[in-house]
Ligand binder design. Structure first.
Ligand code: FAD
Length: 322
């Protein structure tokens, strides 16, 4: 008999984030014969998003809708999801290791008095046990963990566990649960967006990142064009952010975003350990640097020694011809 797995979904501007589908796939890997119950919190009718979770493998979805859940707060979402957990008593919970996931899941784990394995990049089965692999020491090593008792609770790193194929013929119930959300001590009145409006860095399959070698805000323009022709997002080193060439929302690394795209192009980035912590697990790394001794070449699959202002336009030209 499989486990009942709860998957906490996330959406942005009405569209579910890919990591939600990846979390469903992870729940199925944890318990192939189990039931996957999706949970969505927000405001208004969430049936469309609920159905989408079903197309990607959830068996049924519970939505909690309240104007206090319009934007995420750990207090509001915590109350809503705790009410669902009390009803459902799942044996496993999976969520994305996103900004929301990182904030919400420790709170839920403490309420449930259970453990939590965070930032999982792989789920496997060994000798009948479910093994979770997660990076440690800023990505320099991996540890394998298993849960021996209690609820199997994990967050998964975006872009690492493949989601299941979308199947629009799947059907399942999307129900709404009424939860009386108590007044929140913190209310988010408005969200003011800063920096790039483009593709979400943590979920992008291609990232073109610039460092101090880009030399100015205008120097990022060729990188933006390269990202555009590749259908990717632009990222940056802290060196570039500190120099004021771009917004901190683009920073990748130990104190920035952790990314695992299929392709990471680092241009004018030296490869400091704190930068590598955020990108060294990318599937293919291409480094462009005029210093052949730059540390970034130690993690790169392909290295181009040269001036990025000559190399990047040539790459754009070639890619446009494909
Ligand atoms: P630099 O080290 O100055 O490298 C610039 C590179 O560009 C050089 O290798 C140079 O050869 C090359 N270059 C110059 N001109 C060209 C050209 N025309 N064409 C090609 N190449 C060229 N850093 C992060 O990135 N992310 C983090 O999250 C982060 N967190 C940190 C946390 C702490 C606690 C600390 C202490 C540091 C952190 N740092 C972080 C900073 C980190 O140590 C480095 O200082 C930073 O990554 C350097 O950025 P950079 O590679 O762009 O700049």
């Amino acid at each position: 008999m499989g486990k009942k797995m709860l998957v906490i979904g996330e959406y942005r501007e009405g569209s579910l984030r890919n990591v939600t589908f990846e979390a469903i796939a992870a729940a199925k890997q944890i318990s192939p014969d189990g039931e996957v119950v999706g949970v969505l919190c927000g405001e208004g009718d969430l049936t469309e998003q609920g159905n989408e979770m079903i197309y990607y493998g959830a068996d049924r979805v519970i939505t909690v809708s309240d104007e206090k859940l319009k934007t995420y707060t750990s207090e509001g979402y915590g109350q809503a999801i705790k009410a669902v957990l009390d009803d459902e008593s799942p044996e496993g919970i999976v969520m994305g290791h996103t900004a929301v996931g990182k904030d919400l899941t420790p709170k839920l784990a403490s309420k449930l008095e259970t453990g939590l394995i965070s930032d999982v990049t792989e789920v496997s089965s060994e000798g009948g046990n479910i093994i979770f692999t997660r990076p440690i020491y800023s990505g320099k090593a991996f540890e394998k963990k298993m849960i021996t008792d209690g609820i199997v609770f994990a967050t998964i790193r975006p872009n690492n566990i493949a989601s299941l194929e979308r199947d629009d013929s799947r059907s399942g119930e999307v129900t709404t649960k009424d939860v009386d959300i108590a007044d929140l001590r913190t209310l988010i009145k408005d969200i003011i967006r800063k920096g790039s409006e483009g593709v979400d860095l943590s979920e992008s399959k291609v990232i073109v990142a610039g460092g101090r070698g880009v030399k100015s805000a205008e120097g990022f323009e060729p990188l933006e064009e390269l990202a555009e022709v590749l259908g990717g997002a632009v990222g940056a080193s802290r060196g570039a952010c500190d120099a004021g060439y771009c917004d901190y929302s683009l920073q990748i690394g130990q104190t920035g975003k952790v990314v695992t795209p299929d392709l990471y192009i680092a241009a004018g980035i030296s490869g400091a350990i704190q930068h590598l912590a955020g990108m060294s697990n990318s599937k293919v790394i291409v480094a462009i640097n005029k210093d052949p001794e730059a540390n970034i070449f130690n993690v790169a699959d392909y290295g181009i020694v040269g001036d990025l202002f000559e190399v990047v336009p040539k790459l754009i030209e070639e890619i446009k011809q494909i």
